[in-house]
Design a protein around this ligand. Structure first.
Ligand code: NI
Length: 137
């Protein structure tokens, strides 16, 4: 009987952002987003947990080679977002509010394209130790 196994790869990146809604006043944005609406940006140490689920290959015993998975995350996610200002330096968040919710969704869509369709994918993103999101929900 073939059973699925989930494997996890944890990565890390630093990025700056500002949360705000175009057309709102600074006061309205501050009211909604608090310190994350600081007009001069601020940084977070994001922890990224990528979960891949599948049936281990009968020959290698791997769901996916973790070295391969790490390289995919490095090339397609970390190289794009690490040490960047998400609002100013990335096309993904030029007009999309870089909330943890939107970031995790964008990262999922990037990684989904790079993984075999037979593998299930789930992404968890920690903006702080206590605040984190996961997609798909
Ligand atoms: Ni923030």
């Amino acid at each position: 009987m073939e059973k699925k196994v989930a494997i996890f790869r944890k990565e890390h990146f630093n990025a700056a952002h500002r949360l705000f809604v175009h057309g709102w006043t600074d006061e309205q944005n501050l009211e909604q987003f608090g310190k994350c609406s600081n007009p001069h940006f601020h940084g977070h140490n994001y922890e990224l947990v990528v979960k891949v689920t599948g049936i281990p290959d009968p020959v290698t015993g791997y769901v996916i080679n973790l070295s391969t998975l790490s390289s995919i995350i490095q090339k397609h996610v970390l190289a794009r977002f690490d040490h960047k200002n998400l609002n100013l330096d990335t096309k993904e968040f030029a007009s999309l509010n870089p909330t943890a919710e939107n970031i995790v969704y964008v990262i999922y869509e990037i990684l989904r394209k790079e993984l075999d369709a037979s593998l299930d994918l789930s992404v968890r993103l920690y903006e702080t130790e206590r605040n984190f999101v996961e997609y798909p929900a």
